[in-house]
Design a protein around this ligand. Structure first.
Ligand code: PBG
Length: 338
């Protein structure tokens, strides 16, 4: 009886759900109808714009492979931040290019380093804008690796102190959020302990939890002058083939005290974003990285694709996959369109 009833019910539903009773085009007839049923919305408040800060004054040097993005001195970075805030963009993430690099990445945790100075200036001049700092060593080491190199290898545990100290000096300068991107094991716990012990229990950690060893970082390394001088980052960043491992990385970072997590890159890793969204109830961000941006801009320059459409389509798919926050070099352009 129950089974028959079910079968009848199903066939009725199927009949009702098939053509010509059902026409999917009914809800697509015009823009107002499409807007009414739209499932995913982008908002400037959820964008983060990456900025590259260099020493000096009045400097605004375009990054060749990233049209519309610049290495800027602190004064120009502050101007840029004013514009970012006026556009309603959620925040900025800062990367520093120091005057000199050394084996010990000392520019990274110098209380008067380039990022620390930039944070102080932005917090003073553009109050209310969320300032995130990237916590890593690759911009500060002479060899370009993300940690301390011992016998030709990046030494995990020796690197943790540099990271914790960098994060602390960023927080002392006024950073709203610190974001470790180095992929050393145990860095979130080390940073959390350091912040808590020094009076910053309320500074959140946005962990680049699932960061893959990706070819899409190429243009960034020109922008941040951080290409490794030997080897590559595959012994610390993740293998692009691994999805389950990404979930473990995220789980571990959350256990260590991460407040927010990131998947990076974005477009080639939408499945990871989706899995992370389903599994973890914390703010989830995704980084549409330099190569994703440059690839689009190159095709735009050749006249092969339409910039605005592809920009919005890629950002929408990242959000649809489950990211609530998107780090993107398109932040200003997309905010203007919205
Ligand atoms: C630093 C860092 C990188 C990026 C963000 N933080 C480069 C890298 O890991 O090589 C890449 C961002 C981008 O490509 O836009 N470790």
């Amino acid at each position: 009886m129950g089974r028959e009833w079910l079968a009848v019910g199903f066939s009725r539903i199927l009949a009702r759900m098939s053509f010509p009773q059902t026409r999917m085009r009914r809800l697509r007839v015009n823009e107002s109808m499409r807007a009414l049923v739209r499932e995913t919305h982008l908002e400037p408040a959820n964008f983060i714009l990456p900025l590259f800060v260099v020493p000096g004054d009045g400097i605004r040097k375009e990054i060749g492979s990233m049209p519309g993005n610049y290495q800027m001195s602190i004064d120009r970075t502050v101007e840029e931040c004013r514009e970012v805030k006026a556009l309603g963009i959620g925040g900025v993430i800062l990367f520093g290019i120091p005057e000199t690099k050394d084996e010990l990445a000392s520019g990274g945790y110098d209380p008067n380093g380039i990022v620390q100075q930039a944070v102080r200036a932005i917090k003073a001049e553009v109050p209310g804008l969320v300032v995130i700092t990237d916590v890593c060593n690759c911009e500060y080491t002479s060899h370009g690796h993300c940690g301390k190199v011992v016998n030709g290898e990046v030494d995990n545990d020796a690197t943790l102190e540099w990271l914790a100290e960098s994060a602390l000096t960023h927080a002392q300068a006024g950073a709203d959020i610190v974001a470790p991107s180095d992929m050393m094991d145990g860095r979130v716990a080390a940073i959390r302990a350091k912040l808590d012990a020094n009076g910053f229990p309320l500074t959140p950690i946005l962990s680049y939890a699932a960061k893959f060893a990706s070819g899409f970082y190429g243009p960034f390394r020109e922008a941040a002058e951080s290409t490794p001088q030997f080897g590559d980052r595959r012994s610390y960043q993740m293998d692009p083939a691994n999805g389950r491992e990404a979930l473990r990385e995220i789980e571990l970072d959350l256990a260590e005290g991460a407040d927010m997590i990131m998947v990076k890159p974005a477009l080639a890793y939408l499945d990871i974003i989706k899995m992370a969204r389903e599994r973890f109830d914390v703010p989830l961000s995704a980084y549409q990285v330099s190569g994703e941006f440059s690839m689009i801009m190159a095709a735009v320059r050749l006249g092969w694709i339409d910039k605005d459409r592809i920009m919005m389509e890629t950002l929408t798919s990242i959000k649809r996959a489950g990211a609530s926050i998107i780090l993107t070099y398109f932040a200003k352009d997309a905010a203007r369109l919205l």
